[in-house]
Design a protein around this ligand. Sequence first.
Ligand code: NDP
Length: 327
Amino acid sequence: MRQLIIIGSGPAGFTAAIYAARAELKPLVIASSVETGGELTKTTEVENFPGFPEGIQGPDLMIKMQEQAEKFGAEIVYDDAVSVELEGPIKRVTVGAGTTYEALAVIYATGSAYRHLGLPDEQRLSGHGVSWCATCDGFFFRQKNIAVVGGGDSAMEEATFLTRFADKVTVIHRKDTLRASKIMQERAFADPKIEFAWNKTVSAIHGESAVTGVTLTDTVTGETSELALDGLFIAIGNDPRVHLVHGQLDLAPEGTIAVQGRSSRTNLEGVFAAGDVIDPTYRQAITAAGSGTVAALDAEKYLAELDPTLTASADGDAPVSPVTASA
Ligand code: NDP
């Protein structure tokens, strides 16, 4: 058994791991099977993380955070948590390979997942012109005509990045003003390859084996129009990844995990939450990192106050000691 398991490997998870490892809690980080590093691994230049005046690539920042956590003794499992039992003094986390890990405390830092439009052909054409990741797929759209849906920072960032490859990028937004920050808006407005389709939603995606176009519906007049496209990037925000904790952890009205005041404490003793999964508002790499710090300090305090016989049995010196899943 471990003292602490951290689920998630974005800025919140790895920052929690750095603090917990420095406190000699030897945390086990469940880092995901394909997405270690979280959403920042899908972004390009991060210009607003303090300490990097020249900017840093998102994937590089996450590699550095992981190296820092491992340097102090955090261990990483490259698998997804598929079920959790968080009630009671001993917490259990089962991963995709079927192994169950036990710990006295858990930090839940699973971040958020891309929102979908909810259209019938969206999933079918995913990977065939429909994408949620410009840095992953932009390369395939050299000299093509593509569109980005959304009016926030993500949509502006994706649109601007995609002009490196595409001949034309149309931003499709359901309003006539953007939600994105001023600097991101100005960058997009100044780009000659970017056009805007205001007050429009995508009501259908067309294409047999690959995207050929979309139907747009005007949100003011209700009129529909067709737009021929080679690719459609969806950047309409994220939803917190809470599907594993339904019925165990209380949620806030926004759908994030509810925490007590400025702490990371959830409704369950020994279970802490951090990062985008608790944050419907700020959702920045740096705020997630700060939130991971809070969770590690809360977990450290919780563990220090437990019965010493219990913590002695959670021998962090032992190698990862899986419990075979019973079901
Ligand atoms: P946001 O929630 O900020 O924006 C989502 C956008 O998508 C909004 O314009 C919204 O429209 C639109 N939208 C939502 N649902 C739908 C739908 N079903 N159909 C059509 N449009 C829809 O999400 P982001 O991912 O852009 O940003 C999340 C957070 O990450 C923000 O805090 C942002 O600042 C941050 N971020 C920062 C970056 C940076 O600083 N470099 C880069 C990327 C993100 P409406 O406006 O009408 O609600």
